[in-house]
Design a protein around this ligand. Sequence first.
Ligand code: SAM
Length: 243
Amino acid sequence: MGSKARFSKEILPIILKDRITEQWYIEPFAGGMNAICEVQGNRIANDKNLHLIAMWKGLLENREKPTEISKELYDRARTEYNSRTNIEFDDFMIGWFGWMGSANGRFFDGGYSGKSNTKIGTVRDYINEAISNIERQLPKMVGVQFENKDYNELEIPTNSIIYCDIPYQGTKQYSTSKDFNHSNFWNWCREKAKQGHTVFVSEYNAPDDFKCVWEKEAKSSLSANGKIGGNKVSTERLFLYCN
Ligand SMILES: C[S@@+](CC[C@H](N)C(=O)[O-])C[C@H]1O[C@@H](n2cnc3c(N)ncnc32)[C@H](O)[C@@H]1O
């Protein structure tokens, strides 16, 4: 959910069009890393979600982890996550079970995904699918610098390209993205652009001083009225701040 995998082929050529060699590409809201994994060169992936960044760092360090995730194992990890304790599992492991084992990529909020029977009589193994997807992404993430901060505390190298895939306004948000303040965010973009960075943002809408440079109608499980599950058509947009 919220993944940019579907659009990265279309939006990245726009975002990277004028990139010069050695110029840094920064994602302050990197989430599932579906866009940043398709970019080369100097990159910083930041996300405020502790377990997400711990998982990616651990994966790139080749940490051992189980690839069979039973409901029982998942529940033990969820208990530690909910009680904010690390007894049996560290942050990497909690991240692994939470991201690989939950339905709809929604961390523990989504509940255990496991397997389900399809209408055509086959079995879908969601955990296996999630693990295969992340394994395909991993080699493309080698060399990325990870940070685990609130976006406005992130240190950004001079003259960077910043791409922000923020929690969309008016859509239901979970965990780290709850209480996201959009007007503070737009002000931060203005400030970053004044400092010399090039700032792109994915959203349905933006203030008038942001120019829409790409748009596409897309079916979304995240409908614009904040309810999940209605297959609403929304217009995905990419904005560039122009000062
Ligand atoms: C729409 S998702 C990004 C999806 C990602 N581009 C992808 O393709 O998978 C938004 C991300 O912003 C993160 N986030 C929310 N509030 C944040 C904040 N204040 N600072 C940094 N990250 C934040 C969330 O943890 C979430 O991973």
